[in-house]
Design a protein around this ligand. Structure first.
Ligand code: KIV
Length: 285
């Protein structure tokens, strides 16, 4: 069993140019498969709102949802660096709220790190959480919780130099506030690669090209989420097809009387005549 990585190991990987591979997971089995496969980190993303709970976005996701799913993931992947994602309204109101809610992830779900969205505007939150002794990952570029303000789930920092400058300013603010790593979402690869050189903390990408490591949503890479597939996703399996075909085969077997077969039942252990006598007793009542 490989040793669980710490934030120091992730920093060493950046220094040596070793890429980190990580995915989201929300449940015990997926987390255990990710750990078995050798994933460097697991994010319990608030994307659980869409891919697990069936909401249209991440906004309805609560602290209780996140804690419950982090607990399941921690049980499934006890030796993997787990990141808890702070849901909408768990850190937007005040630094105090942010610290209290970040602390819940550690106390109740034993995560290794928390992630929150935003750059310059959440710098004081990052600073406060960091000062409480909690490892913070920043998340800049496309920030789904504020996608309304961004005009939808749109790539950031690509339309003009002003946008790219804003992404760079956000990255610098996040690092200066004390985040120990940062995720960049849906930003041009040139900007992300520049950030990876500029910052001393690891810079990870989801849909933002190559840097210090890559994140994908497990439901996307496994082919389990059919509502939409972003351009940056590479599908490594079609689990939706496998599951649907398995369900169809089961329905067909049940309807045809093929399932359960002899191998799926628990035959009586006492002589069958005694059971038949019991049935006869009740049938004659
Ligand atoms: O919730 C999540 O899975 C995320 C990714 C979109 C980066 O935050």
């Amino acid at each position: 069993m490989p040793k669980k990585k710490t934030i120091l190991d992730l920093h060493k990987m950046k220094k040596s140019g070793e890429q980190a591979a990580w995915v989201t997971a929300y449940d015990f089995p997926t987390a255990s498969f990710a750990e078995k496969a050798g994933m460097d980190m697991i994010l319990v993303g608030d994307s659980l709102g869409m891919v697990v709970l069936g909401y249209h976005g991440t906004v309805p996701v609560t602290m209780e949802d996140c804690i419950r799913h982090c607990q399941a993931v921690r049980r499934g992947a006890p030796n993997t660096f787990v990141i808890g994602d702070m849901p909408f309204m768990s850190y937007q109101v005040s630094d105090e709220d942010a610290v209290r809610n970040a602390g819940r992830f550690l106390k109740e779900a034993e995560v290794d790190c928390i992630k929150l969205e935003g750059g310059v505007r959440v710098a004081s939150r990052i600073k406060a959480i960091n000062e409480a002794g909690i490892v913070v990952m920043g998340h800049i570029g496309l920030t789904p919780q504020s996608s309304g303000q961004l005009g939808g789930h749109k790539a950031q920092g690509r339309d003009d130099i002003k946008g790219a400058r804003a992404v760079i300013e956000d990255a610098l603010a996040v690092e200066a506030a004390g985040a120990l790593c940062i995720l960049v979402e849906a930003v041009p690869p040139e900007v992300t690669a520049f950030l990876a050189r500029l910052l001393s903390i690891p810079v990870y990408s989801i849909g933002a090209g190559r840097c210090d490591g890559q994140l994908l949503i497990s439901a996307d890479l496994l082919g389990k989420f059919e509502a939409f597939t972003p351009k940056f996703v590479k599908k490594y399996a079609n689990v939706a097809e496998v599951e649907t075909n398995a369900f169809k085969a089961y329905i067909a077997d049940v309807r045809a009387g093929v399932f359960p077969g002899e191998e799926h039942v628990y035959r009586v252990l006492d002589p069958i005549e005694e059971f038949q006598a019991l049935f006869a007793e009740y049938s004659s009542k």
